[in-house]
Design a protein around this ligand. Sequence first.
Ligand SMILES: [Zn+2]
Length: 305
Amino acid sequence: MKPSLIPKQYYTAIMFVFAVLISAAAAYVFFWRPIISNFRNSTPYAIQAGNPLSQTKNWVTLRVAFGAQNEGQNYKIPILMYHHIGDVPAHADAIRRDLTVSEETFSEQVKWLKDNGYESVSLQDLLLFAQGKTSLPPKPVIFTFDDGYEDAFQNAIPILRQYGFVGSFGVITNYPGQTQGTNIYASWDEIFAARRQGMEIVCHTQNHFDGSDKKFASDYIYNNLNGCQKNLATHLGQAEPVLIYPFGHYTASYIVQAQKAGFKMALTTHQGQLNSLNNLMQIPRVRVHGNEDLEQFKKTILAGE
Ligand SMILES: [Zn+2]
């Protein structure tokens, strides 16, 4: 009889070693990896004076280096839409009142989110997540502020920072420093300071033109969006590939021009929480109304849970 390569008496020992290796691999995949992942995700957002964005990037890079897994995750992400944060001016019309959330109410909302385990992330984090390059905390929330009003910069940022949160501000790049009626727009200095405090600044076009109005040709749309990014890069040193549509208005050809101008994600005013990453150019948001009390806010956030 031809002698076997492995003597028979060793079979049991070899099978035992295999069993141990397979058990160890299974323990890592099903037990330790979720724990390690949760631990990573619980890292608080790095918001500091100095160079906070590079800190944020390092944190994301660290998670990518660890090989964060996105597949199979369930998510329901409220992307909150605010405009003014502060007092309603005298003689304000119904629209202005609806767009204005008081500091006190905003503070209550942020506190409730923090107390209920929500962690804020930036739009750039969401994009990296959609690209499979990072993971998100178990309960992510995104704060967006449209139009670049000075009151949002002055009043929302201290509250967000108090809770270690980040806000994403959609700036109309021809407007900084201007006053139009009851609307005062933050200056570039204020926007730059916000950025240094870890806030995210994204494009909301150069002049808030209505993207669904047929009088704006493809070239106009492209030049405006491209110009918006150039303005942000000039004043802030960088522009994120994220757009907020003015009025939430866009068309199919608008999206083509936005993508040509380098945008990879765009936010609408469609009502709802994000639960699919299939259409990054039509991201829904949750509008927060001026007259909304905390009970209504909670109901909207918890809807569907
Ligand atoms: Zn707007």
